[in-house]
Ligand binder design. Structure first.
Ligand SMILES: *[C@@H]1O[C@H](CO)[C@@H](O)[C@H](O)[C@H]1NC(C)=O
Ligand SMILES: *[C@@H]1O[C@H](CO)[C@@H](O)[C@H](O)[C@H]1NC(C)=O
Ligand SMILES: *[C@@H]1O[C@H](CO)[C@@H](O)[C@H](O)[C@H]1NC(C)=O
Length: 386
């Protein structure tokens, strides 16, 4: 009988220490929800590497500050947007890119990253000749999610998949490339295009809701007027024009998300204010330890005889000496320094950075297990007042 007693005692001890662990640590840190990431180069962790003629970042000096200094396909010097969000909720980095996931190694706990540099909401991901595939469209990213959902159902069953997806974080960075495209190609129809982005994104989100998504975290579009290739023009009206339409889309998107959540039962969302982060970084550089918010750290942009001359980031291009002092990594993408700041303020910032709730509230609001023990969690972990 003795062994039985000791087993019971040790399971009791184990149960008590598990309960204690649940109270001390926020549930999401121990057991963060899977992330399904969609969108563009702010989020791509290597999907484009699978496209021979895709937009690539799998060469130096990209990744110079990533562990091991490896260029994984992330369009920055270190971790990217999905990485910093994943870190905030308790992972080491982004879930793997869809192109690296097989039926055998699909992780039920981590999720999958579908994002693809150069993609948008409406963009077709073909070059101007219409013959070369440059990225995975949002349509393809959603279809890839569908095939992952099928694999999950095969692995853990339909009911567990449904529960898992309802707790997962659906993360988006999209819209900037659409705006860049229309401003360059179809200036007279920007307004119509923005309205179309709004309705198309709305039906894409609704489709993911119908597939089981409930928690949506959407980064709005930055003020494109601040990126180095636009700043170098030093043309106020052009900057204002671009920023005006970025704001118009962001306003439409916020209204659209509000409407979706009021019509789709259980749908929750948080908008991360990328626009505000870039305004902060470029307007008050010293506050963020930044010294250069005009030039890219890798590569160069210059205005020569009224034309923008661009030396893209490459193994042979200029690399700045201190990456943490630059707001921009290459001619369009922010440095890890700025991305990290974005991740922090989207996760736990106030309404100026994340609305109507922040990510911490979005991922934390279904932690019922500790509450069922009758323990007050006020002031602990994700229930902390903002
Ligand atoms: C999954 O397995 C494939 C094939 O063996 C491999 O190439 C890939 O890196 C693996 N992916 C992950 C996320 O482990
Ligand atoms: C965006 O969509 C929402 C809801 O679908 C709608 O209320 C809003 O008027 C739209 N805005 C624009 C500018 O199209
Ligand atoms: C890089 O810049 C940051 C911010 O100005 C500073 O704190 C750090 O000491 C610098 N590092 C080096 C190696 O110069």
């Amino acid at each position: 009988m003795a062994p039985v007693v000791s087993t019971t005692v040790s399971s009791l001890v184990l149960a008590i220490s598990l309960a204690a662990a649940m109270i001390i640590f926020p549930a999401h840190a121990a057991n963060p929800p899977p992330i399904f990431a969609f969108g563009d180069s702010l989020s791509d962790v290597g999907n484009n590497n699978a496209l021979p003629d895709g937009f690539h970042a799998n060469f130096a000096h990209y990744g110079v500050d990533f562990p091991g200094g490896v260029a994984t396909g992330r369009f920055t010097n270190g971790y990217n947007f999905v990485d910093v969000i994943a870190k905030q909720i308790g992972f080491d980095q982004s879930p793997p890119p869809f192109v690296d996931v097989t039926e055998e190694n699909l992780s039920v706990k981590q999720g999958v990253n579908f994002a693809s540099g150069g993609s948008g909401i409406l963009l077709e991901c073909m070059d101007d000749t219409g013959t070369t595939k440059t990225c995975f469209t949002m349509r393809e990213q959603i279809d890839n999610f569908k095939s992952v959902k099928t694999l999950l159902e095969k692995k853990i069953g339909a009911d567990a998949t449904k529960k898992l997806l309802s707790e997962s974080l659906f993360l988006f960075t999209c819209g900037s490339n659409d705006l860049g495209y229309v401003i360059e190609h179809d200036l007279l129809n920007v307004e119509k295009f923005v309205a179309n982005m709004n309705t198309t994104f709305s039906s894409q989100l609704r489709e993911l809701y119908e597939l089981g998504g409930r928690k949506f975290a959407v980064a709005n579009v930055p003020d494109g007027g601040r990126i180095p290739i636009v700043q170098v023009l030093n043309n106020g009206p052009i900057e204002q024009f671009i920023n005006f339409y970025a704001q118009a889309f962001n306003d439409a998107e916020a209204a659209m998300l509000g409407e979706l959540s009021s019509t789709l039962p259980g749908m929750k969302y948080s908008i991360g204010n990328t626009y505000a982060v870039i305004v902060d970084a470029t307007s008050n550089p010293e506050k963020y330890g930044l010294k250069n918010v005009v030039q890219p750290c890798c590569g160069e942009v210059a205005l020569v005889n009224g034309e923008v001359e661009l030396t893209p980031c490459s193994p042979t291009s200029r690399l700045c000496s201190n990456r943490s002092e630059y707001a921009f990594w290459d001619q369009i993408h922010p440095t890890y320094a700025v991305v990290k700041y974005a991740g922090e303020v989207f996760y736990s910032g106030d309404l100026a950075y994340a609305a109507p709730i922040n990510l911490k509230q979005l991922v934390g609001d279904d932690q019922k297990a500790p509450r069922a023990c009758g323990v007050s969690l006020r002031g602990v972990g994700s229930f902390e007042a903002m």
